[in-house]
Structure formats: structure tokens, C-alpha cells
Ligand binder design. Structure first.
Ligand SMILES: NC(=O)c1ccc[n+]([C@@H]2O[C@H](COP(=O)([O-])OP(=O)(O)OC[C@H]3O[C@@H](n4cnc5c(N)ncnc54)[C@H](OP(=O)(O)O)[C@@H]3O)[C@@H](O)[C@H]2O)c1
Length: 253
């Protein structure tokens, strides 16, 4: 999908975060119009962008965005809420629901609202920003990771559902980008600056994401952590045990 001449909408645009760099680079690559969607529009600092106020937990807000940006042919679902102190066993279920409400249901609502628009505009592309946390365990991050794992399944399914309608669907997964949200989390858990060397600049993740859309890639891996997390899925956590004559290795004969 060519970005030059495209009209894009990016959610979750804020100060020096991934959404900010996606919007800037879309403009640099020649997108004709870029909508920067933000819950707090005062945090959007890209002069050439058209700002749209958007709260993913509010269906009316999403419908309004779809009315205001009916010329879009690239949708980037980047907005999400992070939680670094939430494990399953003692989780406050209202907090779990709120995370899913934004990260999973908000993204799904956006896809449902914008699919007819993309189709009407000739197809186009959807990129869902996920996380290597979908594929790996990290204490305190796993409920957030579950929202991204659900998003991964949704994205893989949408790729099949929307191919006949001419819409390219991709996911972006990475481990650590040096955005204000992630830096604050890393500094709190490991100490100021300790994890800086593991983080990729958000501008670099944005570049990889946009290259991936242009190349038509379905799964875009933004850093080494995501590559390793995906590879680790193939690791066998336990020796193979044949538990019944019908069960051979991990399959059923
Ligand atoms: N940074 C990383 O290391 C990392 C790693 C893996 C994946 N990711 C993913 O990459 C994306 C961008 O992350 P980031 O680090 O740039 O985080 P961020 O700065 O916290 O960006 C998230 C954006 O989403 C917005 N948002 C949250 N809830 C919303 C809602 N209900 N409606 C509308 N907007 C909402 C936030 O707005 P407010 O400022 O108003 O809260 C913020 O602008 C996210 O999907 C994140 O999960 C990040």
C-alpha cells in the first residue's frame, strides 16, 4: 500500500509518543492528509495534521470520528492504555475490563466504523499496534499483554475477513520503545535510565511500521524483543509426554 498520496488516521497521538512519530512520518512520506486522533488534542504537536478528538471508550466519539474522516484509506489503531502493575490472580476486574475496553473493544469499534469507509475509498490498509507482551510473560504486564494477545487474534482474523474487500490488515509488535509512558514505567521498576539501552526510539519503530505497510507485510516486528518473543513461542516448555494412545506429541492422532 503506497503512503504517498494516502489519507491516514492515527489514534493515540500525544507528546513524543509512537502516534506522534507515525503522524510526522506519514506527512514526510507524502500522505495528502493525516488525521491525528487524540483523547487530549492539546497534546498533538504536528502542525500539518488535522486533529480529531477521540475517546475509544465512547461509541459516539468513534462514530463522530468516522463522519469527520470519511476520506481515510489508512487506519492506524495505535491508542492503548498500559498497565505495569496488574497480574491476573488478584486483579481488580473493573480495571481489567477498562483495559480491554480501550485496547480490544476500542480497536474493534474503530475497525467496524472505518471498514465501510476504507472499502468505499478503494480498499486501503489497517495497522493494529500490538505488543511483544502478547507473546511473553512479564510480571505486572500480563493483563495488558492479554489485551494485546486478544488484539493479535482479532488482527489475524480480520486479515482473512477483509481480504475479499480489498483491505490490507497488519499488526505491529515490538517490546520497548522509548516513549514517555514506557520510560516512566521502566524507570520505576528498574531505576532511572537502567533499561534505556533496551529501548528503540519511537521514530525508528514508526519507520519500520510504515515500511511494513508499504511492503504489504501482515506481521511487522519492530525490535529484537518481538523477534525473540515470537521465536520463543516455538520452544517446548516441557518434555513431550504421551498421555494416551490418541495423543501423540502435541497433536491428536
Ligand atoms: N512504548 C512501548 O514500549 C510499547 C511497547 C509495545 C507496544 N506499545 C504499544 O504502542 C502504542 C503506543 O504506545 P506509546 O508508548 O506511544 O504509549 P502512549 O504514549 O501512552 O500512547 C497511547 C495513546 O493512547 C491514548 N489513549 C489511551 N486511552 C485512550 C482512549 N480511551 N481513547 C483514546 N485514546 C486513548 C493515550 O492518550 P492519553 O495521553 O490521553 O492517555 C495516548 O495518547 C500502544 O498501543 C502501546 O500499547 C508500546
Amino acid at each position: 500500500m503506497e503512503l504517498h498520496g494516502a489519507t491516514a488516521l492515527v489514534t493515540g497521538v500525544g507528546i513524543d509518543n509512537l502516534g506522534h512519530h507515525l503522524v510526522r512520518q506519514l506527512i514526510e512520506r507524502g500522505a495528502t492528509r493525516v488525521y491525528a486522533a487524540a483523547r487530549r488534542p492539546e497534546n498533538v504537536h504536528v502542525d500539518e495534521a488535522e486533529i480529531i478528538r477521540l475517546d475509544l471508550t465512547d461509541a459516539a466519539s468513534i462514530e463522530g470520528a468516522a463522519r469527520a474522516a470519511a476520506d481515510v484509506d489508512i487506519l492506524i489503531n495505535n491508542a492503548a492504555t498500559f498497565a505495569g502493575d496488574l497480574n491476573f490472580i488478584d486483579a481488580d476486574l473493573d480495571r481489567v475490563r477498562r483495559l480491554f475496553e480501550t485496547n480490544f473493544y476500542g480497536t474493534l469499534r474503530m475497525v467496524q466504523a472505518f471498514t465501510p469507509i476504507l472499502e468505499h475509498n478503494g480498499g486501503g490498509a489497517i495497522l493494529n499496534v500490538l505488543s511483544a507482551a502478547a507473546w511473553s510473560h512479564l510480571d505486572g504486564v500480563d493483563v495488558y499483554g492479554a489485551t494485546k494477545a486478544a488484539g493479535w487474534r482479532m488482527t489475524e482474523s480480520l486479515r482473512h475477513e477483509l481480504a475479499p474487500r480489498g483491505i490490507q490488515v497488519s499488526s505491529l509488535l515490538f517490546g520497548m520503545a522509548a516513549t514517555p509512558t514506557l520510560r516512566a514505567y521502566a524507570d520505576a521498576v528498574a531505576g532511572p535510565g537502567v533499561m534505556d539501552a533496551m529501548m528503540t526510539p519511537p521514530a525508528e519503530i514508526a519507520r519500520i511500521a510504515l515500511d511494513g505497510i508499504e511492503a504489504g507485510r501482515s506481521q511487522i516486528l519492530g525490535d529484537r524483543l518481538a523477534v525473540d518473543a515470537r521465536a520463543a513461542l516455538a520452544d517446548d516448555p516441557e518434555p513431550v509426554v504421551i498421555t494416551s494412545p490418541r495423543v501423540v506429541a502435541h497433536g491428536v492422532s
